[in-house]
Design a protein around this ligand. Sequence first.
Ligand SMILES: *Cc1c(COP(=O)(O)O)cnc(C)c1O
Length: 227
Amino acid sequence: MHQIQERLNDVLQRIRDAERDFSRAQGSVKLLAVSKTRPSQDIRQAAAAGQKRFGENRLQEALEKIRQLADCDLEWHFIGRVQSNKTRAIAEHFHWLHSLDSIKNARRLSTQRPDTLAPLKVCLQINVSGETSKGGFRLEEAQEASELISNLPGLELCGLMAIPAPAETLAEQRRPFRVLRELREELARPDMPLSTLSMGMTDDLEAAIAEGATIVRVGTAIFGPRL
Ligand SMILES: *Cc1c(COP(=O)(O)O)cnc(C)c1O
């Protein structure tokens, strides 16, 4: 078996183990394979092993791969910083955006989403550690932002996403993920269930699953160190 396929199986096993260890329903956590910096050939290998969702954070690089892999029927997730002048390409080429962090860009994406496509699925990125350098809505901005964005016709607000600062122990890793889970519980309503929690990467996916992650975004553990 190819190395990427072996690593992919290892990551899927880690996810299943964490679901069991933290009393999560089996299969409730989805894997987003973060393929940034990796060539299309690597993505093709992961796709051959059954992986369908791929995450990219640089637009030009992503568009190139989307074109090269058009025959594979993959689901593309944008996870990088959104620049206003790039919203049209995101609206036209992606299924998901995890890192929505401004109302202005939300309105642009909604207007620019082609009518022929289903609404773009989005998560609000939340700055859970309060670091000014990090992207994301502040916790106190989240309610207003979620209500506004849930009303935009070109977008489907699916949930929340965070990229906490790295931490060493499981307990420390869980803390910011718990903040995101509690925010979700606070904001969710019958007409806005916010069922997606996009959190957890190679080094902290167990902590994220313990706190309710529904999508983990994993790069290094599948594809090896970044190129
Ligand atoms: C790169 C990246 C990941 C994956 O990180 P790994 O540590 O390689 O698993 C997840 N989320 C975002 C937003 C990223 O930019």
